[in-house]
Design a protein around this ligand. Structure first.
Ligand code: ASP
Ligand code: MG
Length: 467
């Protein structure tokens, strides 16, 4: 029987209707003879609100913090009552959790110091409570769900807020605690994102960490597949708001997905699915609002595609910084000095290009730029300009192909290109243009490269329906 980890993000459990949809998706898998382990996020926006409550308390705003908590309590209670017929014990469990959260917030408002450890404890309530509600809602709908506290399985080190999971221990615990449930035909339901260190203190895996939990559990149990349920149909050839004829990418390599995520495609953070990729477990991105759609399959080795690119990403709100020093550039240590300045301001650099006399760098537009420029001007002449956009084309099949660059720049020949780079990974080509030209550039490139899309890789059926 095939074992599948099903991870549902915040929008897939945001309210009673979403949780009901999620239950029928899981029931559908069970009916197919699959054995699911379910990992859920906090209800949509709850993590942000818990963090806001924590920082309010830490700045002495006790009333504000407790008001946020009381709104969250009401939302979770209402959700539970709407979903579960005999909800009294679930509601009192929710009340107990919120009582202890309030206790922590009051303490914090007295101590006025928010440590990463306390922050993790506070934020963990989101997943601890959502997983309880989802498990009960599943039981009410005939699924043999059993709630499992994620902290008993996801063992991590003690780096609060970005804890590193300990794979061996996780594997051992998954074998001890999840496997027997699965063997009895039960459906374990656990929260994502949270774990515990050696002393049993609550940790988190970093924002968006529920995907990571899904991959860790999938890896630990050597699952046959990991399903990441979200609210989009998967990875697209480009942003459908820019190109209404954008197509769903049916299958993509892990490396390609990683490049796209870096350039702002928000579907999931591929680093978090690494535990699955290492074990060759396919990861599927699926839409809980459109569950019959096949989604996008992320695998370690993508099949060959007839067109060079899988997807075009665009990243806006960038600035370009030109550092010009005719005599110094090629001297030893110069680039290091430049990067030391960016490091000092904790400002990540996206793209770098050098010539005999100048270095151009691109960064996210931010309010530290004047200070960075002032520091850089100690070394050389500096100019910076905002309102730039980076266009990034990703595809395994650009490796070693001749003439691709010519085709790309021919497609955008009417647009002024400021900076060019071919990614070190050999699977991306990016270039920088004015932000105002971004949409036009994406449309021209999409028209040029997705005119006759390969049906093994792209969902061309959807386009036929549109036409
Ligand atoms: N709830 C957590 C967050 O919002 C983890 C997740 O949903 O992946 O970051
Ligand atoms: Mg997420």
């Amino acid at each position: 029987m095939s074992l599948v980890v099903m991870k549902f993000g915040g929008t897939s459990v945001e309210d009673p209707a979403a949780i009901t949809r999620t239950a029928s998706i899981v029931a559908g898998r069970v009916a197919l003879g699959k054995r699911p382990v379910v990992v859920v996020s906090a209800l949509a926006k709850v993590t942000d609100q818990l963090l806001r409550a924590a920082s309010a308390a830490a700045t002495g705003d006790r009333t504000g913090a407790l008001a946020i908590s009381s709104r969250l309590r009401a939302r979770h209670r209402d959700t539970a009552v709407a979903l579960v017929k005999n909800s009294a014990s679930l509601v009192s469990l929710i009340d107990e959790k919120f009582d202890s959260l309030d206790e922590i917030l009051r303490g914090l408002a007295a101590i006025l110091e928010l440590t990463p450890r306390i922050s993790d404890l506070i934020v963990s309530y989101g997943e601890r409570i959502s997983s309880r509600i989802v498990a009960e809602a599943f039981c009410d709908r005939g699924i043999a769900a059993v709630h499992v506290d994620a902290r008993e399985i996801i063992r991590t080190d003690s780096q609060f807020q970005k804890a590193v999971p300990q794979d061996d221990l996780i594997e051992k615990r998954a074998a001890e605690k999840l496997r027997p449930l699965l063997d009895q035909g039960k459906v374990p339901v656990m929260g994502g994102f949270i774990g515990a260190n050696e002393e049993g203190l609550t940790t988190t895996l970093g924002r968006g960490g529920s995907d990571f939990t899904g991959a860790l559990i999938g890896g630990a149990l050597s699952a046959d597949a990991i399903e990441i349920w979200t609210d989009v149909d998967g990875i697209m050839t480009t942003d459908p708001r820019i190109c209404p004829d954008a197509l769903r990418v049916k299958v993509i390599s892990f490396e390609e997905a990683a490049e796209l995520a870096y350039f702002g495609a928000k579907v999931l953070h591929p680093a978090t699915i690494l535990p699955a990729v290492k074990k060759n477990i396919p990861v599927l991105v699926l839409n809980s609002r459109n569950p019959t759609n096949e989604g996008t399959r992320i695998i370690s080795l993508a099949p060959h595609c007839k067109s060079p690119f899988k997807s075009i990403a665009v990243k806006k709100k960038l600035s370009i910084i030109d550092v010009v020093a005719s005599r110094m550039l090629m001297t030893h240590g110069y680039l290091k000095e430049i990067f030391t300045i960016f490091d000092k301001y904790k400002c990540p650099v996206d793209m770098v290009s050098t010539s005999e006399v100048s270095v151009s760098l691109t960064v996210d537009s931010n309010d530290k730029l004047p200070a960075i420029a002032a520091d850089l001007s100690q070394l050389a002449d500096v100019k910076y300009e905002g309102k730039k956009a980076l266009i990034c084309l990703v595809g395994e099949d650009i490796r070693g192909q001749n003439g691709i660059a010519a085709q790309v720049f021919n497609a955008v020949r009417h647009i002024n290109v400021r900076m060019i780079s071919q990614g070190a990974s050999e699977i991306n080509m990016s270039f920088m243009i004015e932000e105002d030209d971004a949409e036009e550039a994406v449309r021209s490139l999409h028209a040029a490269f997705f005119k006759d899309p390969d049906p093994t890789i792209f969902d061309v059926e959807a386009r036929k329906v549109l036409a």
